[in-house]
Design a protein around this ligand. Structure first.
Ligand code: SF4
Ligand code: SF4
Length: 374
């Protein structure tokens, strides 16, 4: 396993972390806990979950494993990461107490202000006393480090890190969307903060489309999953890549990516980044150049979610992506504000037919709402 310093905390964490949102069957609690324990045995020491994953069941099964892992924690440390997305201090406290109980630990090592979807949202939480509630928990020894989790564009996350001394940031980053969050990764590195990346495999799109993403491979022997993880391991600004594990096979693949890792030469990295455009013909690369809508429509978020419809072939995957990744619900999407001026489309580096795609998405969302009502 490769270990890296988490920002300036002095904590050494494994470069591959356990992402606890993809357990296969929560009813089989022992199998879920066993998977967590196997990861620990294999050298993974960063375990991430959230109070809201599967209504708390993710924390529960991880807590079962932690109870066992506590026996060897002194000589083989592990670190617990979870989150609260509440907007009121009292609710943060309830989230924290629930998490501590389910996780069966006395302290959360990395506690995240979760789901920060804009700088205004973060400001509102500060004004409401949410950050103070996190700080109080830290003073009481219930939390070690306060972090932020966000799907905002990279420069906004960078700004959030400059505005508040978060120990680190949790953000989505992969061979698919690195340009969208590059500014955050660089800001964190400049400020001495940790960077934990979620969705390193593009939410399953990379392993499910090995041909399309074969450009990440730097040798014929590696799988596209190993290559995508090595792309991240190669970037020393990234502290941990969280792999959403649901079976032992995922652990094996992640470990083999680390074991066979050799630094990727700079010209290979350049080639991978260049190839992205060709591999993404007809797809959004998340560069963000289209985000100039005078009516405030977050165009790149819609286009990124549309990738899921295109690659997975289902409207529901796109709607899920909008809802769970971008916080955009069918009811609040606001696409009716689009006047089809074409400003975003003219700026698109991929020459995507943005206006017609937005129309298609709007229709999908209307149909979805109608189907819900029927
Ligand atoms: S086409 Fe629609 S989304 Fe694009 S800039 Fe114009 S109003 Fe905004
Ligand atoms: S400019 Fe095109 S490729 Fe870039 S984020 Fe917007 S839609 Fe995607």
């Amino acid at each position: 396993m490769i270990y890296r310093q988490y920002g300036d905390t002095g904590i050494e964490v494994s470069a591959i972390g356990f992402g606890g949102m993809r357990f296969e069957n929560y009813d089989d609690r022992d199998a879920c806990a066993e998977l967590v324990k196997s990861c620990y045995d294999a050298g993974i020491n960063y375990f991430d979950t959230a109070c809201g994953y599967a209504g708390g069941k993710s924390e529960e099964v991880m807590g079962l494993a932690f109870r066992e892992m506590q026996k060897t924690r002194a000589e083989k440390p592990f670190y617990v990461s979870t989150k609260s997305g509440s907007g009121l201090p009292g609710d943060v406290r309830k989230d924290l107490e629930g998490s501590l109980q389910r996780l069966q630990v006395d302290c959360i090592d990395f506690y995240h202000v979760w789901y920060v979807n804009s700088l205004a949202n973060l400001e509102n939480r500060k004004k409401a006393g949410v950050l103070r509630a996190f700080e109080k928990a830290k003073e009481e020894g219930l939390v070690k480090h306060i972090c932020v989790s966000s799907h905002m564009p990279g420069d906004y996350i960078g700004q959030a890190l400059r505005d508040y001394p978060f120990a680190g940031a949790l953000l989505g980053y992969s061979a698919m969307n690195f340009s969208y969050r590059e500014a955050a990764v660089q800001a964190a590195s400049d400020l001495g903060r940790g960077v934990v990346v979620m969705n390193p495999l593009g939410g399953g799109l990379i392993p499910n489309h090995p041909e399309r993403f074969s450009f990440v491979k730097t040798s014929p022997d590696e799988t596209v999953v190993e290559a995508a993880l090595r792309f991240l391991l190669n970037d020393e600004r990234i502290t941990v890549a969280l792999v959403g594990m649901s079976k032992q096979e995922h652990l094996r693949e992640a470990i083999s990516a680390v074991e066979g890792f050799k630094p990727v030469p700079a010209d290979e990295i350049k080639r991978i980044k260049r190839s992205l455009k060709q591999a993404f013909v007809e797809l959004c690369t998340c560069c963000g150049y289209c985000n100039r809508c005078p009516h405030g429509i977050p165009v790149s978020k819609f286009m990124e979610a549309y990738n899921y419809k295109k690659l997975k072939g289902s409207r529901q995957d796109m709607i899920n992506r909008l809802r769970w990744h971008w916080g955009i619900t069918p009811e609040t999407a606001g696409l009716e504000k689009c006047v089809e001026c074409g400003l975003c489309e003219n700026a698109c580096t991929q020459r995507l037919p943005i206006v017609s795609r937005l129309g298609e998405i709007a229709e999908d969302l209307r149909n979805f709402i109608q189907a819900q009502k029927a």
